[in-house]
Design a protein around this ligand. Structure first.
Ligand SMILES: Cc1ncc(COP(=O)(O)O)c(C=O)c1O
Length: 392
């Protein structure tokens, strides 16, 4: 069968490949305590271990008992209003519900935004390392992602000078994530303001993926890019802070002029986001649910405060303390020249699954590895113990 040429530019998602290898090993005798093996500890997965809040599960059960018609393509008006209210309560920001488009996860939001904004001949700037799918959303829109190398000094984020130097007549905008996956580090507010100001001057668009923003541990960074003006496109999700990964629900906050375009694309591509998930998500904004999410945020912060010094101690150096999300981005070069082989070695020898840097960029990925601390404190302690044993 002849496949479309764009497939040649879309790489496999290696995190998933490593996940498959981990799952295979986990099902083998080496990981079966009954056969003398030991349980696999999976710190490779970008998924909190908590799941949806109790009120959300109950609301879903009620929704299933009823009729589940399509909703508006942009989502249930009540959910758009609840999100608008959340921005006011949490970030002191006025975001009109009409600017909010509910999507099938942040993934669909990113896809719709890229298809609405970019086309053949356009370039989009993004940091290296970054979330691997981002460059593929841009590629799928026939545009070209341009990855700009970043380092610890810039918190693995772009800065204004870099964007100015890289901008060409073909550049249409920047695609950032703050806090970032894989680094858990945010862009400093003044740096983001500088970039957004320049991009605006050039008639481009600033897209900021803020799906980890509610999981922020540092008041200096916990601000939404939406405070910079209503020309910013912000991507968000129920997957991470709200613990609803498999429910496939997210949202976009859009410049008013972009709303009809996104609506048209959503209508055609998937009619509407899941009705069950939307009805359930309404309960995520009840005070008891928010209290639960805040409790979890404190738990994740405690895990970070344990794991980052422990990794540094093992010579798996985390050069910038993550201020959000649940990832530690570590330099493994003291132990191995190639993080891809090293990840496989640790899988075999320690039964600890980590994610090699390969997915996240092209600048020096073999030096880096991502650890997700969205697992129990017991697992993190055990993982450190095993890593110490293997690295000794
Ligand atoms: C930075 C970033 N953006 C988007 C996504 C996709 O999220 P969703 O589950 O809402 O589609 C992820 C998932 O890990 C992510 O890390």
């Amino acid at each position: 069968m002849k496949l479309a040429g764009r497939l040649d530019r879309i790489e496999p998602f290696y995190v998933m490949e490593l996940g498959k290898a981990a799952a295979q090993l986990a099902a083998s005798p080496a990981c079966d305590p009954a056969q003398g093996g030991r349980r696999m500890i999976r710190l490779n997965i970008g998924e909190p271990d908590f799941g949806a809040a109790p009120a959300v599960r109950e609301a879903a059960a009620r929704a299933v008992a009823g009729n589940l018609p399509y909703t508006d393509a942009l989502g249930l008006p009540a959910l758009r209003a609840a999100i608008s209210n959340w921005y006011e309560q949490r970030f002191n920001l006025q975001v009109a519900p009409e600017r909010i488009a509910i999507t099938a996860g942040a993934s669909a939001g990113l896809q719709l935004a890229c298809l609405a904004l970019f086309e053949r001949g356009d370039e989009v700037l993004m940091p290296d390392p970054c979330y691997p799918c981002n460059r593929h959303f841009v590629t799928a829109a026939d545009a070209t992602p341009r990855l700009l190398p970043t380092g610890a000094a810039e918190r693995f984020q772009l800065d204004g000078n870099q964007v100015r130097a890289a901008w060409t007549d073909a550049t249409r905008g920047v695609l950032l994530a703050s806090p970032s996956n894989p680094t858990g580090t945010s862009i400093a507010p003044e740096v983001l303001a500088d970039i957004a100001g320049f991009v605006r001057e050039r008639g481009g668009v600033t897209v900021v993926d803020e799906i980890y923003l509610p999981l922020s541990y540092d008041a200096r960074f916990g601000h939404s890019a939406l405070s910079l003006g209503d020309d910013i496109v912000s991507v968000n999700s129920f997957s991470k802070y709200f613990g609803m990964t498999g429910w496939r629900l997210g949202w976009l906050v859009l410049p008013p002029a972009l709303v009809p375009a996104i609506e048209r694309l959503a209508q055609n591509f998937y009619i509407c986001p899941s009705t069950i998930a939307q009805r359930a998500a309404l309960a995520a904004f009840e005070p008891a649910s928010i209290a639960e999410f805040e409790r979890r945020r404190a738990v994740l912060r405690e895990r970070r405060d344990f794991i980052v010094p422990a990794l540094n101690d093992l010579g798996l150096t985390v050069p910038v303390v993550p201020d959000g999300a649940f990832y530690a981005w570590m330099d493994v070069s003291r132990h191995h020249a190639d993080s891809w082989s090293f990840a496989h070695e640790l899988l075999e020898r320690a039964q600890v699954a980590l994610t090699p840097g390969r997915d996240f960029g092209v600048a020096d990925p073999q030096r880096w590895m991502r650890l997700s601390f969205a697992s129990s404190m017991d697992d993190l302690h055990e993982a450190v113990r095993r890593l110490r044993e293997v690295l000794a």
